[in-house]
Every structure is written in structure tokens, then in C-alpha cells.
Ligand binder design. Structure first.
Ligand code: GLN
Length: 270
């Protein structure tokens, strides 16, 4: 029998403000389209967190973010599952709360889960709101055998500014927008199989290679090196490529024409 994969959307009642619950749906669909036996679980904050292989944590407002972090810390399942090799995607509030600390609405530091070496404080300038484009660093985990992650597209909306510590690695270099905002021009962070980003979109709708990286981790052995992602059957990503091309062109991102060429090729195939 094939592997049974459980994808869990963490606390959509608290962290459902920015549509990041779509990430769970995208992961489940991309697994199911490949014939993988997958279960998508929505996990409300008033129940024990289910055992899952892959957890997605979305963005939210400051108050619910504190409640989510406190509940997850008291409850303990997420940290244990990460120890056991589970994969985590944290977006915005979900990114900040898997770090070491983040500010509440009154700018008091709150303890994060410490799954990523990341510290967040309130930014002094305007809230970062708008499209965000970032190119993954060469050291970022690859999206499949020898394939590096393509540039990331999404939108950001946050007041927090995050600094990646020495025990995690920044994910990408910002081309457009703010990203982590700590002054080093980076966006997102990862460590082991825990990955965080400021990108909404949902991020996995616009960046299917990232979705497949997370799936590859979750389907591979927990002890495998982060670059040894399970090989996944390619999918026809015409619609996703069209979305990327449209979003990148809308912000005049330099390789938009490259995506246009990819799209033209895909169209000719139809
Ligand atoms: N409340 C956090 C901030 O403003 C996270 C916002 C979000 O999740 N979009 O930085």
C-alpha cells in the first residue's frame, strides 16, 4: 500500500485572515493528482492538534497570533512532530510565531515556538504592504533533483521586522518589496524541514515548486538530508504558470518575459 499523507491547516479560526488556508488545499490537491493517498485536516484551536506529516500555519492579526502561539506551545504536538520529522510552512504571523519571539499589539515581546532561529520586532516605518518578489539563495533547498527553486512571488502585509539568526538560513533575496525587513534584503527562512515566509497569495498557488519541495520533504524519509526530496511526477501547471506570469508582469519583474516564453510553449502543446 502507498503512503498515507496527512496535511494539517493549523488554527484556521485564528490564522485564516489572509487566505493562507489555501496552502493546505494546494498541497493536498498536488498530492492527490499524483495518486498519493492524502488527507487534509483543518485543525481548530480549541482541539488537540492532530498528528500530521505537513503543517501549514497562516497569517493573522496580532491578538490571534499570540493566542495561536500560546496554545501551540502549551499543547506541544507541533514541536514534537517537528522533532519527529514533520514539515512546517509558516506564513507571516505563522512565520513569526514559529520563531523565537515576536511583538504583540502593544509591542511587548511574546515567546514564539523556537522552531526557527528568528526574532521579530515591530518595524519603525510604514507597514509593509504590496507585491513581494524574491530570488531563492543558491543554498536554499532545491525543488527536486538538481532543480533550484525559481523566484518567489506573492504579496506581503505585515508590521513586524524579522532577523534570521545563525541557526536558520534566509530563504531568498528580495527584488521587490520588503520581506524580512531587517536591513539585509532577505525574505523568509528555513531550517531542517521548517520553512517560513512573508509571502501570501497563497504562496503555494503562485509557487508550485515550493509546494512540491514541501511535499517531497513530507514524502521522503525524515532522516534524509534536506536536499533529498522525494521525486514527484510532474504536473501540468499551465494555470499556475499563467498566474505567475500575470503577477510578475503586473509588477514589471525582470524575468516576466521568461515566464511568457514558458507560457507560449505550454500553449503550443495544447
Ligand atoms: N501581525 C503580524 C504583523 O503585522 C502578522 C501579519 C500577517 O500575518 N499578515 O507583522
Amino acid at each position: 500500500m502507498g503512503q498515507h499523507l496527512v496535511v494539517c491547516v493549523v488554527y484556521p479560526d485564528l490564522l485564516g485572515t489572509y487566505g493562507d488556508g489555501g496552502n493546505g488545499l494546494i498541497l493536498a490537491k498536488r498530492a492527490a493528482w499524483r495518486g498519493i493517498d492524502v488527507e487534509l485536516v483543518q485543525a481548530p484551536s480549541d482541539r488537540p492538534l492532530p498528528e500530521a506529516d505537513l503543517y501549514t500555519i497562516g497569517g493573522g492579526e496580532d491578538g490571534p497570533q499570540v493566542r495561536a502561539a500560546t496554545t501551540l506551545a502549551e499543547e506541544g504536538t507541533l514541536a514534537r512532530r517537528v522533532e519527529e520529522g514533520a514539515v512546517v510552512l509558516g506564513v507571516c504571523a505563522g512565520f513569526q510565531l514559529i520563531g523565537r519571539s515576536f511583538p504583540d499589539a502593544s509591542d511587548r515581546p511574546q515567546e514564539g515556538l523556537g522552531l526557527l532561529d528568528l526574532t521579530t520586532r515591530k518595524g519603525s516605518g510604514a507597514r509593509a504592504v504590496g507585491e513581494l518578489v524574491a530570488t531563492p539563495f543558491a543554498a536554499a533547498p532545491s525543488a527536486g533533483t538538481g532543480v533550484s527553486l525559481p523566484r518567489l512571488t506573492g504579496f506581503e502585509n505585515h508590521g513586524g521586522v524579522s532577523v534570521v539568526g545563525p541557526h536558520a538560513q534566509p530563504l531568498a533575496r528580495v527584488e521587490l518589496g520588503v520581506g524580512n525587513g531587517g536591513g539585509d534584503g532577505t525574505e523568509g527562512a528555513w531550517s531542517g524541514r521548517v520553512l517560513g515566509t512573508y509571502l501570501h497569495g497563497p504562496v503555494l498557488a503562485r509557487n508550485t515548486a515550493l509546494a512540491d519541495l514541501l511535499l517531497g520533504w513530507a514524502l521522503g524519509r525524515a532522516s534524509a538530508p534536506v536536499d533529498a526530496v522525494a521525486d514527484l511526477e510532474p504536473l501540468d501547471d499551465y494555470e499556475e504558470l499563467a498566474l505567475r506570469a500575470e503577477r510578475l508582469e503586473a509588477v514589471g519583474a525582470p524575468d516576466a518575459h521568461g515566464w511568457r516564453r514558458v507560457l507560449d510553449r505550454v500553449r503550443r502543446r495544447d
